[in-house]
Write a protein that binds this ligand. Sequence first.
Ligand code: DLL
Length: 436
Amino acid sequence: MSSAKTDNYFYAREAECMDRPQLQALQLQRLQQTVQHAYEHVAHYHKALDEARLKPADLGTLDDLAKFPFTVKDDLRAAYPFNLFAVPMNEVVRVHASSGTTGKPTVVGYTATDINTWADLMARSIACAGGRPGDIAHNAYGYGLFTGGLGAHYGAERLGCTVIPMSGGNSPKQIQLLQDFGAQILFATPSYALNIAEIAAKQGDDLASGPLRVGIFGAEPWSEGMRSELETRLGLQAIDIYGLSEILGPGVASECPEQAGLHGWEDHFLFEIIDPKTLQPLPCGEVGELVITTLTKQALPILRYRTHDITWLTDERCACGRSHVRIKRVIGRNDDMLIIRGVNVYPSQIEAALVGLEGLAPHYQLVVRRDGTLDTLSVDVEVAPGFSGDRKQLASTTGVHIKSMVGVTCCINVLDEGQVPRSQGKAVRVRDLRSQ
Ligand code: DLL
């Protein structure tokens, strides 16, 4: 599908193709304003800068940002619900919250201007992905406190699309409306898009030869193998979109049809990669933790947010002509990394090794157990429909393949079709039985 490159189209050409010196001058000006705004209006930042003996005026160049303190998720939790907001509540027109499974959610807020900026950045991301005004956009991201649904909704409307606000779940209905309304764009998490594709195939519905053209998939790590599966099964170009609620929601970065990294919108965000151990900035090209500073947010300015997402940046100019830095596919979160007998493993690495193997379906879950003092890993994966070979043999060759690709020894359980739980939003890739 990747060969069917869409013609280039820009929602905001001037901003997306700005010369680097001009872009960096704009970043510095916006950064200085953001730091001033946070220092004056957010008690947390006032205290953090005072403790670091810094003033907003100490920010004379972009490199000076490295002296400023990080913001972490616990800072948002400690400020629950609204204490990091930099504007009075009557200027906050929307609140979203993270889907954290334990503890208090992290709450984020937007002014009317923030909502407007978000719609623009999502419109830019959708156009960058290959969406066009006039397209019908089927939105299967969850609506509610999660930013996926409303973020994609406002952005697609802003671009001039017709939005089908489906939300997640009820897959047969999704399939019926995809066919009856003839959407060209599908928004979903990659795992839920796969779920839709699978149910369509079971029902005998052929989505691949329908009008779907672009899948805008994100909110969870996914692999190139999963991309090929989705492109084949749905007959679209599968595009990676990145974002997080603390910074904006979806629309912080998006791939273009070149599928060679996500354009990070640098006129609104400043991206750094740090070594998560030393916390020192790393040069472009080195893998580390992504740190993001907002440059235009009013309600919730955030300085140096530690995303925990592991990736790397490239400043090589993309063939599409956009000048913004590209963020490579996120491998996973360093807080989701497993250490199995001394080997560091991200679930997406196991996915990359598994998906596409003959005899297996792309549905899997990792199970971690404790055996004495060591953690052990098993992989539950489903057999491909119609597979009639030897499952023991299949498990053994899969184990050898994972060992050679990822370096980890694991036990493979080849399960019947339908035995791995399906997702309607972010997939649960790891079942952690260590405390049981
Ligand atoms: O997941 C926002 C979003 C919605 C992004 C729809 C893309 C599409 P949160 O729920 O706050 O926000 O989760 C943010 O999800 O720090 C990453 O760990 C992960 N994530 C988001 N996009 C990607 C991606 C939304 N493309 C967290 N690849 C982030 C890998 C992703 N991980």
